[in-house]
Write a protein that binds this ligand. Structure first.
Ligand code: BES
Ligand code: ZN
Ligand code: ZN
Length: 499
């Protein structure tokens, strides 16, 4: 889908479909009136006849039969004028553009009414919604859908706002394309995506964006003392890779942030083998890693004034004769010894060494880790909400604000001190599992041991990373969870150096 910005009176736009938004309870919506001036009241007549109420994401359409230069008009409801305007627009753009596509439109123009957002914000939300909502993973299908939108024209409200609209549209496109990138990488099966594949993808991103990249192999990780990461990796035929990408802004960096993603390319559970059903979607256990890589596809275009380090401990978690065992004791990079209570709690082991690395080798001033870490988090918050845990409340507050703006549901869970006991071991400094209750928090407390005094947030994306059912902005399968929240956060912290 090509995205462009045009400044033209709505009634003069030539397209296969024009998509407009309309608020509920308005007698004379401006965009309907603008079209009807050219179409002699056609739209109003149809909307009245259908008793169209403009509820949020309600959609109807009209064939103009030559009364307008556009062949069809798609009207999307925006509901009452309240709530999160950004997310309302994303969902409306998604619903409207999907309808236009299903009607066979290839050139689609979109305009949303003024609603308290700037033209820049409006254009960003519209493009995000249109691109996110039309994602499909059909790489492995012989038959591809023949209906697709080729050009998306975003209408600037007036000639003065063309530049702003263009900037918003371009940020929206970068964010949505990065999300698509993460979705593709997670949907791709584990027989393709192994640690070596992730390292190759990182190399391509580094080359395209002129970024620094280091990839450590098993021997190099051993030298650095990554016993926890390598313990997980020892059962797999696929060699582990520890990936470190760096984005350096052109001017002075406001701070140095490490973004750390769980990269288990397949989680069979190890010797504590999962059930057949439990294993079924475990190609998605590298969703954190995919989000980190996606962030790095976008940073060179967004140019925030923060130094960003992407850290990915990539391995499979497999059962085999060489696999680590329940009862084994591993030594993490910072010397902490860990008794293995369950080999299926492997993500925290790999992240422990990644957090140590981000502190010691990157000297990160802030760390964000994200992981499909626990099924307990899915039990707690359901399929559409990520858990957020932190050792630094101001950081969590700032991040949660960015998540809210991105329309991604995230909810903070407390790192309850008393539960630290649940991780006690008789023979080592820590056990890698606790009792069943509060499993998302125990996992967070385990990671906290390795975050030390560096401000840190942990995102448990086990629920939203991969979904059974389509959502307003997502298809079944991988969602690219947290990509836009993290990019939004980095932009908010760093400002932007776009020219
Ligand atoms: N990758 C899983 C977590 C997971 C499960 C994500 C289901 C998405 C859906 C993780 O490695 C795991 O297996 N965690 C165990 C931990 C337990 C053994 C303490 C879990 O959550 O059951
Ligand atoms: Zn596991
Ligand atoms: Zn896992």
């Amino acid at each position: 889908m090509k995205v462009e910005v045009i400044a033209k009176p709505l009634a003069q736009v030539q397209a296969d479909a024009v998509v407009i938004g309309m608020h509920a309870g308005e007698r004379r919506p401006a965009l309907v009136a603008a079209l009807d001036a050219g179409a002699h009241g056609l739209l109003r007549a149809v909307l009245d006849a259908e008793k169209f109420q403009a509820k949020a994401a309600q959609v109807t359409h009209v064939h103009t039969a030559g009364r307008l230069p556009a062949a069809r008009v798609v009207v999307v409801g925006l509901g009452e004028r309240r709530g999160s305007a950004h997310e309302t627009l994303r969902r409306a753009a998604s619903a409207g553009v999907r309808r236009a596509r299903d009607l066979g439109a290839r050139a689609v123009a979109v305009q949303m009414p003024a609603d308290g957002l700037s033209p820049r914000e409006r254009a960003q939300a519209v493009v995000e919604g249109a691109i996110l909502g039309t994602y499909a993973f059909d790489r492995y299908k012989k038959e591809k859908p023949d209906k697709a939108v080729e050009t998306l024209s975003v209408l600037a409200p007036d000639a003065r706002s063309v530049r702003e609209t263009r900037e918003g549209a371009s940020v929206g496109e970068v964010l949505a394309r990065a999300t698509w990138f993460a979705r593709d990488l997670v949907n791709e099966p584990a027989n393709e995506v192994n640690p070596t594949h992730l390292a190759r993808v990182a190399a391509k991103i580094a080359k395209d964006g002129s970024l620094d990249l280091k990839v450590y192999d098993r021997a190099q990780c051993e030298k650095m003392g990554m016993g926890a990461f390598l313990g997980v990796a020892q059962g797999s035929e696929a060699p582990p890779k520890f990936i470190h990408l760096t984005y350096t802004p052109s001017g002075r960096a406001r701070k140095r942030v490490a973004v750390i993603g769980k990269g288990i390319t397949f989680d069979a559970g190890g010797l504590d083998l999962k059930t057949a059903e439990g294993m079924l979607r475990m190609k998605d256990d590298m969703s954190g890693a995919a989000a980190v890589l996606a962030v790095f596809t976008a940073l060179p275009a967004l140019k925030p004034a923060v130094e960003v380090h992407g850290v990915i401990p990539a391995t499979e978690n497999m059962p085999s004769g060489s696999a680590f065992r329940p009862g084994d004791i591993l030594r993490a990079m910072n010397g902490t010894t860990i008794e293995i209570g369950n080999t299926d709690a492997e993500g925290r082991l790999t992240l422990a060494d990644a957090l140590c690395y981000a502190r010691e080798h990157v000297k990160a001033q802030e760390m964000i880790d994200l992981a499909t870490l626990t099924s307990a988090c899915v039990v707690a918050l359901g399929p559409s909400c990520s858990g957020v845990m932190t050792n630094n409340q101001p950081l969590a507050d700032r991040f949660l604000k960015s998540a809210e703006r991105a329309g991604e549901r995230m909810w903070q869970l407390p790192l309850i001190d008393e539960y630290r006991e649940h991780l006690k071991s008789e023979v080592a400094d820590l056990n890698n599992v606790g009792p069943r209750g509060g499993g998302a928090i125990t996992a967070g407390l385990f990671l906290k041991e390795f975050a030390g005094d560096t401000p840190w947030i942990h995102l448990d994306i086990a629920g939203p990373a991969f979904v059974e059912k389509a959502g307003p902005l997502t298809a079944p399968g991988a969602t690219g969870a947290a990509v836009r929240s993290i990019l939004g956060y980095l932009l908010a912290e760093g400002g932007t150096r776009r020219s």
